[in-house]
Write a protein that binds this ligand. Structure first.
Ligand code: COA
Length: 181
């Protein structure tokens, strides 16, 4: 995976040795519940997840430049809703200790640029559970347009049924916004 560098972050391929850092936040209820995965119970689970990330080649580790610590992840995944349309879907998580500092917005902006400039995507989708205010803000601040609400879209690991808010950013919209900068 290509490494993407921002002012505070190195967005790079995962290594198995990142497991301890990743476990620190992947084991937390507030992270797993909001992102839609069951919090990891032990480090072996995190190692398996990282091995899958490495094999799938679609999720980057988010490393904080200042300390070299992995504090989150971000991915460009196959689109859940559009097939064979040259589109992908962005997904991300950040360790609670590093939230509300604009770090995920910084990572999302860099990955959008990578998706449009380097992967030549026609559109990038994003979605969040209806209750996830933090993710909604990141998505809107990054410039995505709201597409709508998909009711009873997913059943979470604890049986909670959730609605999903859907967004997208298409290439034309992205570059017209860039020109205004
Ligand atoms: C969603 C998440 C990635 C946001 O990361 P972050 O780095 O804190 O976001 P940023 O600091 O870039 O914040 C962007 C905006 O959202 C706001 N925001 C961040 N967390 C918020 C919260 N808990 N409640 C309300 N607004 C919040 C910020 O204040 C900022 O807006 P502002 O510039 O007007 O202040 C992070 O909360 C997270 O990983 N949560 C758990 C997993 C998850 O929900 N993943 C996304 C699944 S769709």
């Amino acid at each position: 995976m290509e490494t993407i560098t921002t002012s505070r972050l190195i967005i790079r391929a995962f290594k198995l040795s990142d497991a301890a850092d990743e476990f620190e936040f992947a084991s937390l209820e507030e992270v797993g519940f909001n992102a839609g995965f069951k919090p990891h119970i032990n480090i072996e689970e995190t190692e398996k997840t990282i091995a899958r990330f490495i094999a799938q080649d679609e999720v980057w580790a988010i490393e904080l430049k200042e300390t070299g610590k992995v504090i989150g992840s971000i991915g460009l995944h196959p689109d859940s809703f559009r097939k064979d349309m040259n589109t992908k879907e962005i997904g991300y998580v950040l360790s609670p200790s590093f939230q509300k500092q604009g770090l995920m917005l910084e990572a999302v902006n860099a990955v959008l640029e990578f998706g449009f400039d380097k992967q030549n995507l026609a559109l990038i989708g994003a979605n969040h559970f209806a209750f996830n205010e933090a993710s909604r803000k990141v998505i809107l601040k990054a410039g995505f347009s709201y597409d709508g609400l998909l009711r009873r879209a997913k059943c979470l690991y604890d049986g909670t049924k959730v609605d999903l808010m859907l967004y997208s950013f298409d290439k034309k919209q992205y570059y017209s916004q860039e020109n205004k900068k």
